[in-house]
Design a protein around this ligand. Structure first.
Ligand code: SAH
Length: 369
């Protein structure tokens, strides 16, 4: 018999510390009570964290000086440390590389647009889905992130905006959108991600109070988890990374397709659309001579006809060493017009952050290389 936990070749599995953001209202009150403090201190602490975006005891003047440090130490541990920040697009795009105490790296990207600010967050360190065109997929899975680690990425982003550290625009900016399109497969870390969606959308002091309609969860198509998500009573948008209308090609581009086929994935997507009333976003990376043929545009159009769907075409960002490259612009235009002519809503995604390796699929924690 093997001795559990005594395998010296493996690094110890360190669980991220408990964080306020992991807990719902009742859990926070219980945690505060454990520290010998009245339950309402949980709300006070939460207002500082989610509302005023501070974790500094000095700012918490409505709390007795003697308890501030105790609450902060117990419930607001610094889970992730910034190791690098890179800016491009005249300061409108900013990538942050984070390191957890166990050495796991993750990345998040803030993108400012004229009418909104979006943060793209990671749900796992690495990813186990092995999509061959994605940099994170090449690296494999390190571990799931906790809700606190997901929320920390958002919290720091919101703080940077509020204090004007984004493009020197004077501060006072609010985060409007959150997309789970960074590293990892959100639905493979289901509980932590759903919990994070609630923290993002619950009004202060429960969370940030960002509309759930402005949150997008992107998946390779883990059908049972998609079905479970549809039953959560959320109104977040679902994005499905389809990339091919046919199983032959999708088996190769998104290997989990060998388990759940295109038809099953789309069925689950339409059920999600029906349950939530939200249009599903169909993500399609345009890969030259691989998935960009006119017949595939037509096949995609017939799969989506009459459905609550919107297609997002993403020019492929070639990852280092990849044999694939982005579609020829004329071919991509033709693909887009064929969808549009069939009445399918379609847009071409702008690819922010290319020169800082922050564009779609490039988040690969370059620090580890
Ligand atoms: N695992 C989830 C979310 C992370 S990836 C998912 O797959 O949906 C976010 C999006 O970026 C996905 O649609 C993914 O397929 C796409 N993507 C990954 N690598 C890419 C690349 N090199 N070029 C363009 N898009 C890419």
């Amino acid at each position: 018999m093997e001795l559990i936990g005594l395998d010296a070749r493996r690094p110890a599995r360190v669980r991220p510390l408990r964080h306020l953001a992991d807990l719902d209202a009742a859990g926070r009150r219980a945690a505060v009570a454990e520290l010998g403090e009245p339950g309402y201190r949980a709300d006070q602490l939460s207002r500082h964290y989610f509302g005023r975006l501070t974790d500094s005891p000095d700012d918490m003047t409505d709390l007795p000086a003697g308890v501030r440090g105790k609450l902060v130490d117990a419930l607001l541990p610094g889970l992730l440390t910034v190791t690098r920040e890179l800016t491009c697009d005249v300061g409108m795009t900013r990538k942050t590389l984070w390191r957890a105490p166990d050495g796991a790296y993750v990345e998040s990207v803030l993108m400012r647009y004229p009418a909104r600010v979006t943060i793209c967050v990671s749900s796992q360190a690495g990813c186990g889905m092995a999509c061959p065109f994605c940099a994170t997929g090449q690296a494999g899975l390190t571990r799931n992130l906790s809700t606190g680690e997901i929320i920390t990425q958002i919290w720091k982003g919101a703080q940077a905006l509020a204090t004007g550290r984004m493009a020197d625009l004077g501060g006072g900016l609010r985060l409007s959108n959150v997309v789970f399109m960074g590293m990892g497969e959100p639905l493979a870390n289901y509980a932590a991600v759903v919990n994070a969606v609630r923290r993002i959308s619950d009004p202060v002091p429960g969370g940030f109070g960002i509309s759930q309609r402005a949150v997008t969860v992107s998946t390779v198509g883990l059908v049972p988890a998609m079905r479970k998500l549809a039953a959560e009573g959320l109104t977040a948008r679902l994005a499905v990374s389809l990339h091919a209308p046919d199983d032959d090609l999708r088996d190769e581009l998104v290997p989990v397709n060998r388990r759940w086929k295109v038809a099953e994935v789309l069925d689950a997507a339409w059920d999600y659309a029906e349950a939530t009333g939200r249009r599903v976003s169909i993500e399609y990376a345009m890969i030259r001579d691989v998935n960009d043929q006119a017949w595939r545009a037509d096949a995609l159009a017939s799969l989506l006809a009459g459905r609550l769907a919107h297609v997002n075409l993403i020019p492929l960002n070639p990852t280092p060493g990849s044999r694939w490259t982005a579609s020829d612009p004329a071919v991509a235009d033709e693909f887009e017009s064929r969808l549009a002519r069939s009445g399918i809503p379609v847009t071409v995604r702008d690819t922010r952050g290319r020169e800082i390796d922050a564009a779609c699929g490039q988040l690969a924690a370059s620090a580890t290389k």
